[in-house]
Design a protein around this ligand. Structure first.
Ligand code: IPD
Ligand code: CA
Ligand code: CA
Length: 257
């Protein structure tokens, strides 16, 4: 499988670039927004980018795909993709959005690629082979900055505002700064490259975090058992961080199940 994985890794990097170019070309002419649930939208770009990814995977490998917009089912070799993560940022014209592409083999996240074209950042990792940002090796912060930890806490309508409030209250009570920047995938990538010390969310889907899980692990970080209890199809809480704050983040999220 090693040669097959190397081929898929190179393919995923090129595909993430092509997908980013397509999203940018559509952005000026998004047309009507589709409202999936309150405060959760899809655009023509989300659908067209996912269709491109599915077409390219089918042409080249014939592997299974699970995508945010068109679903899919588990398989021994399956790509898990979010065509645009940070759709609200994308719609508002801010640069913090990305394409997230992961490959899972026999339930193990093997490849993670995240392309944030407006930020000029392309992250790529393969299990056991390290993580790169624009070709340069990455590592988690190790709290080397010496300041209070900064942790991004994503939120979606899938969990109550009261629970989110409790999480923020616990973090601040423990001397941890919080941020919420609107892309779970980039929140994970920022843990991998040390811009954030952690990423936490009470519930998130596999297409938002699987690529980031490979990145964070390969950058020396710690990630919870996100795929346990059918996290692939049902989502789960995510905790990803520099190892020094693992216990503090587990304590912060412990009220929720
Ligand atoms: C959302 C973003 C957000 C996270 C949510 C996701 P979308 O994905 O990643 O930051 O907090 O859980 O659903 O809708 O932008 O693809
Ligand atoms: Ca997403
Ligand atoms: Ca999305």
């Amino acid at each position: 499988m090693s040669a097959a994985l190397a081929a898929r890794h190179a393919f995923a990097v090129e595909l993430a670039r092509e997908a980013g170019d397509l999203a940018i070309s559509i952005r000026q002419n998004l047309g009507a927004l589709e409202s999936k649930e309150p405060m959760d939208y899809a655009t023509r770009a989300d659908h067209d980018v996912e269709a491109l990814i599915r077409r390219r995977v089918a042409e080249r490998f014939g592997d299974a795909v699970i995508g945010e917009e068109d679903g899919g089912a588990p398989a021994s070799v399956v790509w898990v993709v979010d065509p645009i993560d940070g759709t609200t940022n994308f719609i508002h014209g801010t640069p913090r959005w990305c394409i997230s592409i992961a490959l899972l083999v026999d339930g193990e996240p093997e490849i993670g690629v995240i392309n944030a074209p407006d930020e000029g950042r392309l992250f790529a990792a393969r299990r056991g082979q390290g993580a790169l940002l624009n070709g340069a090796p990455l590592s988690v912060s190790g709290l080397r900055h010496g300041a209070s930890p900064v942790v991004e806490t994503g939120w979606s309508p899938r969990r109550s505002l009261a629970a989110y409030g409790e999480l923020i209250t616990r973090l601040i009570g423990d001397g941890i700064e919080f941020r919420r920047n609107g892309s779970g995938a980039l929140g994970m990538a920022d843990v991998a490259c040390g811009r954030n010390d952690g990423y936490l969310e009470l519930h998130i889907n596999a297409w938002d975090v699987l690529a980031g899980i490979v990145l964070v692990r390969e950058a020396g970080g710690w990630v919870n058992g996100f795929l346990d209890n059918d996290g692939l199809m049902r989502g789960n809480p995510i905790i990803a961080c520099t190892p020094e704050i693992q216990q503090r983040l587990m304590a912060a999220i412990s009220f929720s199940n």
